[in-house]
Write a protein that binds this ligand. Sequence first.
Ligand SMILES: Nc1ncnc2c1ncn2[C@@H]1O[C@H](COP(=O)(O)OP(=O)(O)O)[C@@H](O)[C@H]1O
Ligand SMILES: [Mg+2]
Length: 244
Amino acid sequence: MANLVKTGISGLDAMLYGGVPEGNQVIIAGGPGAGKTLLSFEYLYRSAKMGVTSVFFALEETPERVLANAKAAFSEFKDIDALIKSKKLIIDGEDPTAVLHGGSESGTSQYEFGKIVSDIESVVVSSGAKRIVIDSLSVIDMLVSDQVVYRRSMLALVNNLRRLGVTAFLTAEMVTPERRELRFKMEYFVFDDIVIMYEKGEEDKRMLAMEVIKTRGSKHSFVTTPYEITPGGVSILSAEEMGL
Ligand SMILES: Nc1ncnc2c1ncn2[C@@H]1O[C@H](COP(=O)(O)OP(=O)(O)O)[C@@H](O)[C@H]1O
Ligand SMILES: [Mg+2]
């Protein structure tokens, strides 16, 4: 049995029956606004607080925006700057406009993809990070239009992360939040674990719920569990609290 890495998000660790198997790659899938970026940020924030060097690699927004949004949403996380200063929490990334520049020419995009992978590798190696977030895979999807190249790129990314020995969260944009309409991209199955964040209802009566679809090498809850984004973090009701 692999060691379990605690995400530090208590409800999520309960759903994962203790945590993520060390070295696994977890896909965090969901619609826009579901909280993928914030949940991933909290995973690293909690890890950094536990003394584990953690890297957030932003591809969708600038690192500055990720940080500003996280501070605004999680106003109770007072020590974010201190963790960044002590280099336990590293927020890095690639300029989204530069990443997407010239996306469809396969020569260019393969070069850009290779650059992303090697930039991720150098920040992990130089910092000695054990946890990483890549936000998001959808940017890479946009970057690489050829499906064969895309699958090869995903496999290259997986192999690289595995070789680096990091426990990774990778966010992915889902077109529809409906469970029955889910059409997984085949390449997501090359990743170890899948967590889905659903958003239901209208703007003013929004319902958020999370489901663990699979974890490689470990058991997990099958209960779709409501969550909220609060100033103190993502609050996930455990199955026990729901009386199940
Ligand atoms: N300052 C804030 N205060 C409260 N909730 C916020 C704040 N900022 C963002 N949120 C919540 O977080 C959601 C966006 O989270 P985010 O992680 O950026 O989503 P995703 O990455 O899935 O698109 C918003 O829909 C909103 O509910
Ligand atoms: Mg996001």
